[in-house]
Each structure stands twice: as structure tokens, then as C-alpha cells.
Design a binder for this molecule. Structure first.
Ligand SMILES: [Zn+2]
Ligand SMILES: [Zn+2]
Length: 368
């Protein structure tokens, strides 16, 4: 709970070994130890981005350590290291997909409700109280998950299951509170828009409701707000890293092709056998092995993703109350897929500048 956050703060201020006896030998940290946060090592931890916003992820259960991050940076490239990057990218992508869904929902809401407020927005005091409760619940959930894990390790299945059930209840409570915040945000924006006789729009980065042609101060507040900045960072990091990863893969592929061609031409040239071709054969086998390794890693990766997708869809299905929603979800999924394909197509045609997001930002400023 709060103790965990306090311990993390002390770790950051005084180092992890703050309680170690000065005569004791300190074990050198290893970035591969499971207690360290992979996301933090790779770039940043998404848990830090949305603290006290509607998108709050709760406290990160893993350790953030600057020294370990440096060790990771300096470590030679390896399969394990690249897996950390993959995991970071996967988490970012998952969050981006979530916010994209939210953006779509927001747009539908705008179309359907014609910007009418839905009940009065919360007062400042109510909002603060709501946020406080959300934070308390997040902390409780994090510590319950930890307790449940410990119980599981001890083999106390009943205890672990009980704790997880409690955890689910708290998660539901938190969802409700966040929904209240979301509705209040909608009502407040709708009231403001109605008073100014202006339209509403959905922020293409973070999914918040905005007023078209709003006062500059409120636009700036939004653009520098935690939620918008958080999603902006997430998207930027994902695009940059994904692009450089793709470039790397293309480069590897190109080198392989060149090697193959060189080999073919030297074979057809004939007479160049002997020791040289032995060595080339060995090199080729080595490269093939490497390629196979990468390929099976990728396959495993894809399988895992598919499993997760299936799991997600199953959960969504269970939550859904009606057939109508089923069809809606189906359509949404189709649209998602279509968009994904579109994006990929575009991506292949024109290499996009990593600053595109900045231009989105600039565009929305220009309009006002
Ligand atoms: Zn973390
Ligand atoms: Zn935004």
C-alpha cells in the first residue's frame, strides 16, 4: 500500500541499500533479476505517466532503479535484451489500442448525443474525493495482488483465490469511479460548449473531449496536462522504437540477400571451391541458424499475442449484455482491423516522420 510507495521513494532518494550495514558486502544488481521494472529499463514506465488522471494505472509493482537502467543500457545486445524491448512495445501498443477504442467511442457519443450534457458535472470537491478514492483503491489492488501472489507461492490456493476475488470487486469499484469522472468530464465540456455555442471534438491523442475553437488557455492546459502528455509520449516512443526495429530487420534482410547473391555468383563462377567455399558454407549455415532462431521466436510471439487476443475477446464477450453490443463490437473489431491495415499500408508507402504527432498538435492549435 502506501508503505510500498514510501519504500520506493526512499530507494530513489537513498539507494536500494539504505538499510545495509556498511561492512556488509553489497550484491551487485543484475538487470535480469525479475524484481526490476522492464519498461523503466527500456525507456520509461507507463505507470508513471498517468498518476492521478482518469487513465491512472496504479503504482508499478516493480522496482525502478537508475543504476540497473544504466546496466541494461550498457549490456551487449542479446535475445533477452531484445525481449525486454518487445515487451515494452507490446505494453505501449496495448495502451494505444485502448485509447484508440476510447477515441472511437467518444466520437460515437458525440454523434449520438449531439453534445447534450448528461447530468450535472461533479464539483471540484467531488472530483478530488473521487480521485482520492481511486488512488486508495489502486494501492489496495496492488498490495492485494502481491499478497495473493505470495499466498500462491506458499501453496495457499484458497487464500490466493479469496484475495483475487476481493481484488476483482475493488477493480469494479474503481472502474465505476473512473466512469463517474469520465461522465463528469463529458458533462462539463458539453456545458461549456453549449454556453459558447460551440461544437465538441475528441482529442486524437488522448481521447479527451475538447471544444472546437476553445480559449487558448484551456487548449494549453489540455496539451500540457498529464493525460495528454502521457499518451503523446507513449505514441511517440512506440513509433520511434517500432520504426527503428523495422529498419534493423530490413537491414538484416538486405544483408542476407546480398550474401546469398554473392554466394550464388561465386558458385556459378565455378572453380572457387576448396577452403574458401568451406568457410562460406559454415558462415551460411550459421546465418541460417540465426534466421531460424529469429523466425521461431517471432512465431512464438505471434502465438502468445493470439492467445492474449482470444483471452481478451472472451472476457469482453462475458461482460457484454446484449446481441446488439455483440454486433457493434464485431463491427468495431472490423474497423480496427481495417484501420490497422490502412496504417500499415500507409506506413509502407511513406516513411512517416517521428514528429507527425507534433504536427497533429500544431494543427489543432492552428484551428483556434
Ligand atoms: Zn514500472
Ligand atoms: Zn489530448
Amino acid at each position: 500500500m502506501a508503505v510500498l510507495a514510501a519504500a520506493q521513494l526512499l530507494d530513489e532518494l537513498m539507494g536500494r541499500h539504505r538499510n545495509t550495514n556498511p561492512n556488509e558486502k553489497i550484491k551487485k544488481p543484475n538487470w535480469e533479476d525479475p524484481e526490476y521494472c522492464k519498461y523503466y529499463m527500456v525507456k520509461f514506465c507507463p505507470h508513471d505517466l498517468f498518476v492521478n488522471t482518469r487513465a491512472d494505472l496504479g503504482a508499478c509493482p516493480k522496482v525502478h532503479d537508475e543504476e540497473v537502467k544504466e546496466l541494461f543500457d550498457k549490456a551487449e545486445s542479446s535475445y533477452k535484451k531484445s525481449q525486454y524491448v518487445e515487451e515494452f512495445l507490446r505494453f505501449c501498443k496495448h495502451m494505444i489500442n485502448d485509447v484508440e477504442r476510447k477515441i472511437q467511442k467518444g466520437k460515437q457519443r458525440l454523434e449520438l448525443m449531439n453534445s447534450k450534457p448528461e447530468g450535472p458535472p461533479m464539483t471540484q470537491a467531488q472530483t478530488e474525493k473521487n480521485q482520492e478514492q481511486v488512488q486508495l483503491l489502486s494501492e489496495k489492488i496492488t498490495s492485494l495482488v502481491q499478497e495473493a501472489e505470495e499466498a500462491g507461492i506458499r501453496g495457499d490456493v484458497e487464500q490466493a483465490q479469496g484475495l483475487m476475488k476481493l481484488c476483482d470487486r475493488l477493480k469494479e469499484e474503481k472502474e465505476q469511479l473512473l466512469k463517474q469522472q469520465e461522465n463528469s468530464h463529458w458533462s462539463m465540456t458539453a456545458e461549456l460548449a453549449a454556453a459558447q455555442e460551440k461544437q465538441m471534438e475528441v482529442c486524437p491523442v488522448c481521447g479527451a473531449f475538447l471544444i472546437v475553437g476553445d480559449a487558448q488557455q484551456r487548449i494549453d492546459d489540455h496539451l500540457s496536462g498529464k493525460q495528454h502528455v502521457g499518451y503523446f509520449k507513449l505514441r511517440q516512443a512506440y513509433e520511434e522504437m517500432n520504426e527503428s526495429r523495422e529498419k534493423e530487420q530490413q537491414e538484416k534482410e538486405r544483408r542476407r540477400r546480398e550474401d546469398r547473391e554473392r554466394e550464388r555468383s561465386s558458385r556459378s563462377g565455378g572453380g572457387l571451391g576448396g577452403l574458401g567455399s568451406d568457410r562460406r558454407d559454415r558462415e551460411r549455415m550459421e546465418r541460417d541458424r540465426e534466421r531460424d532462431r529469429e523466425r521461431s521466436d517471432r512465431d512464438r510471439e505471434r502465438e502468445r499475442e493470439k492467445d492474449k487476443d482470444r483471452e481478451r475477446h472472451r472476457m469482453v464477450r462475458e461482460e457484454r449484455p446484449s446481441r446488439h453490443d455483440d454486433r457493434e463490437r464485431e463491427r468495431e473489431r472490423d474497423r480496427d482491423r481495417e484501420r490497422e491495415r490502412d496504417r500499415e499500408r500507409r506506413h509502407r508507402k511513406e516513411r512517416r516522420s517521428p514528429y507527425e504527432r507534433t504536427s497533429v498538435r500544431r494543427r489543432s492549435r492552428d484551428r483556434h
